[in-house]
Design a protein around this ligand. Structure first.
Ligand SMILES: Cc1cc2nc3c(=O)[nH]c(=O)nc-3n(C[C@H](O)[C@H](O)[C@H](O)COP(=O)(O)OP(=O)(O)OC[C@H]3O[C@@H](n4cnc5c(N)ncnc54)[C@H](O)[C@@H]3O)c2cc1C
Length: 498
């Protein structure tokens, strides 16, 4: 049995491990933290649960090829109920509410009632969302490995999406907002991630909801991480936690040994680096091995932006309704500063849909404030000055509390501060580049890119990570793990026949 070492126990590394075990390899996974899961995690504070990751899992529709990957890895299984949120997100402003309902006709009618003057654009937008339901993540082969014919075939399988790209392919979110006259609809559009991102990102994400392809498995992020870990171990995978890889020793165009922070070493036939490529090529291997597309993404800051978050979570004391809706809600607020930015809208999310994690008297409100590279630099600068860092976190938590209470007066004196974290946290916890939660978002005029799972000049080292492709997320992480193993199989086959 050939021996594969996986470095990194996030969803990419665990998926790679499972596919490798199913193909008969001997697999040992090394994770630097004391438990696996990476960014897909959650934790308890003051008797409440904070779910860090899963807002939506794409590929919950059995017709989507991703579904098979979730089943194979155990992230979804028969015993796990899926929760389909009624709406993607909602804007509450000046006493009115606009929803991106999953029921697309209900959403269309709501928008038309608010802005009859925008009838044509509204219809064009919702028709496009319907067409975007055909969007699929490549699951059989990485885009980076496809030849032209395969690439065209894959594109054709999402034929309807071609029309959406034709209409909105050149638009940013800001351009999309600008198509509407109604100020509420403009704000609704502008609240998706960042106005510099591409309009098709919003349309296709919303399409995952309307196409019943995005849901939340009960048990949340922790449940998913635990199930995939269990599956990995049941298949015979060996898991070594608290083991930070420091270096991969290379000679004769092959990885020979892996060195760990505790001074131990391990030999292997193959290595899968399932950590952020910034760690792989900044620490484990020399940068010269970095793939061309990865260089572009990490190197071109104007073309490929990353976003992180400042997180504040509160427990809600009591079981009453308090007039709050459900799901993800955005609303205007009094201005305040977070990092280098002035914030004038809050985006909150109510966690009340999973009785195993959030019983009625243990509901949670999370507020994730989007941060960018400039903000990350700010947090890096004050991270070393403990007092200032903590004071900023406390101030922001109180500013957020006040604004939530202003928006939902029923919550006054009902919010229990559970936790705050800055972009530094994910960077320290997972080695996430600039503390980001997803990978790169390509900007107007820049292409979506995917990097290869293999490394030129190294015969036995492979890559798996959400960072191999723009946009990232759990589907990108999981498929990258599967593709890394396919490349190892190809290499073994080549070695056998040559
Ligand atoms: C707040 C938030 C919300 C999100 N919401 C969603 C969502 O709704 N839907 C969605 O699809 N995705 C979501 N994501 C993204 C999703 O969590 C990630 O795409 C995915 O978890 C990334 O997996 P990964 O394995 O590529 O990377 P990671 O999770 O970063 O895993 C890398 C692992 O490598 C380990 N490691 C690093 N360095 C070393 C080393 N030297 N030696 C050994 N181990 C090392 C790390 O500790 C980590 O466990 C969200 C993320 C965040 C943070």
């Amino acid at each position: 049995m050939k021996k594969i070492i996986v470095i990194g126990g996030g969803i990419a590394g665990l998926t790679a491990g499972i596919y490798a075990l199913l193909d008969g390899y001997d697999v040992t996974l090394y994770e630097k933290n004391t438990f696996p899961g990476g960014e897909c995690t959650g934790w308890n504070r003051r008797g409440y649960h904070i779910d860090n990751c899963i807002h939506w899992l794409t590929g919950c529709n059995p017709k989507d090829d991703l579904y098979q990957i979730w089943r194979t890895t155990g992230m979804i299984d028969d015993g796990i109920e899926l929760y389909y949120e009624p709406c993607f997100y909602c804007l509450e402003a000046d006493g009115m509410a606009l929803h991106f309902w999953c029921d697309i006709e209900k959403a269309r009618q709501e928008f038309l009632a608010v802005a009859p003057e925008d009838r044509e654009e509204i219809n064009r937008f919702f028709d496009s969302v319907r067409m975007a339901e055909s969007v699929r993540v490549p699951c059989e082969k990485s885009l980076a490995q496809m030849n032209l014919a395969e690439y065209i075939r894959f594109g054709m399988s999402m034929s309807e999406m071609g029309k959406v790209v034709k209409e909105y392919g050149k638009d940013t979110i800001e351009d999309l907002a600008g198509r509407f006259h109604n100020p509420y609809i403009r704000e609704m559009m502008r609240r998706y991630l960042d106005v510099s991102c591409k309009a098709v990102a919003l349309i296709s994400s919303y399409g995952f909801y309307t196409g019943a392809n995005a849901a939340i498995p009960m048990g949340g992020s922790v449940g998913m991480a635990q199930r995939i870990t269990k599956r990995f171990q049941e298949l015979g995978g060996k898991l070594c936690t608290g083991m930070a890889a420091e270096k991969i020793e290379v000679s004769h165009e092959k990885a020979q040994r892996i060195l760990f922070a505790d001074g131990s070493t391990v030999n292997c036939d193959f290595v899968i680096c399932a950590v952020d490529p910034a760690v792989t090529f900044g620490q484990l291997l020399e940068r010269k091995y970095m793939d061309r597309n990865l260089r572009k993404m990490y190197g071109d800051k104007a073309g490929y932006r990353v976003f992180s978050t400042f997180h504040v979570s509160f427990g809600i004391d009591g079981e009453e309704d308090y007039g709050i809706g459900g799901g993800s809600i955005v609303f205007p607020c009094e201005k305040f500063n977070v990092g280098e930015q002035e914030i004038d809208y809050l985006s909150v999310r109510i966690y009340d849909y999973d009785r195993t994690l959030f019983p009625k008297d243990r509901r949670v409100i999370q507020c994730n404030i989007r941060q960018d590279e400039a903000d990350y630099a700010y947090w890096c600068k004050i991270y070393g000055k403990k007092e200032e860092y903590c004071a900023q976190k406390e101030r922001i938590a109180e500013e957020v509390r006040t604004r939530i209470e202003q928006h939902y007066p029923g919550l006054r004196d009902r919010l229990i501060l559970l936790d705050t974290y800055s972009p530094m946290t994910l960077s320290k916890w997972c080695g996430a580049y600039k503390g980001s939660f997803m990978s790169f978002f390509e900007q107007k005029g820049y292409k979506s890119l995917t990097a290869k799972n293999s490394i030129k000049g190294l015969a036995n080292v492979f890559l798996a990570s959400q960072w191999l492709t723009t946009n990232g997320g759990l589907p990108a992480a999981a498929t990258s793990g599967k593709f890394a193993v396919m490349e190892i199989k190809k290499r073994c086959h080549f070695d056998t026949v040559s």
